[in-house]
Write a protein that binds this ligand. Structure first.
Ligand code: SF4
Ligand code: SF4
Length: 193
């Protein structure tokens, strides 16, 4: 069941509770940027709610994709980019499969995450995942419990990934280096220490 979120930042919590729309909060360029990065016509959203109804995250959290679609259309940039719920989408694309307006809400969320990243607004666990991928090629490295379970099932202890072929890790690092993702993760994480 969805539960009330306990935002540590009380100012943000208060702002997110406030349902009023203030034109001074609106940045019309935000919608244009989201559409350009996401390559999807977010302005076509007519708030039917099919996306939220399809979303596996919605029943388990306070995350509502329809709300983010509305924030995009209204240009509520700061509100959208500072909302921790932005990071609760699993990118399963169920909403994109079902949107009757052929919008890709998933790509709207991804575009917003890109914009948030440019402002260094990224949850620390996402940044730590980047560091893990850089180190091992995986966001969730294998461990002894998984290895034992795999062997019990008649599988090899290591899956057919960089766990088994660590020689491919430098290739993954090269890709992350190209986008400076690891450097950025290190930089933002160091700032909070
Ligand atoms: S399903 Fe599509 S049109 Fe309906 S609320 Fe979601 S994004 Fe908007
Ligand atoms: S892609 Fe994200 S927003 Fe869409 S249904 Fe999946 S979890 Fe929900």
């Amino acid at each position: 069941m969805a539960r009330a979120k306990n935002y540590l930042d009380q100012k943000l919590a208060e702002k997110l509770r406030d349902r009023k729309y203030y034109t001074t909060d609106s940045n019309p360029e935000f919608l244009k940027e989201v559409e350009k990065i996401g390559q999807t016509p977010a302005h076509m959203c007519y708030q039917c709610g099919t996306c939220t109804g399809s979303c596996p995250s919605a029943p388990r959290s306070s995350y509502r994709i329809r709300l983010f679609m509305r924030k995009a259309v209204l240009g509520l940039e700061e509100e959208a980019l500072t909302d921790p719920d932005l990071w609760l989408c699993t990118t399963c694309y169920s909403c994109t499969d079902r949107c009757p307006r052929d919008i890709a809400p998933t790509d709207v969320i991804m575009a917003m995450r890109n914009l948030a990243f440019r402002k260094d607004i990224v949850p620390r666990n996402f940044l730590q995942t980047v560091q893990l991928i850089y180190k091992s090629g995986h966001g969730v490295p294998n461990n002894d419990v998984n290895r034992a379970a795999r062997v019990k099932l008649g599988l090899e202890a290591e899956p057919e990934t960089t766990h088994k072929y660590p020689e491919y890790i430098p290739g993954i690092q090269k890709i992350l280096d190209h986008y400076k993702l690891k450097d950025e993760a290190d930089r933002i994480l160091a700032k909070g220490e």
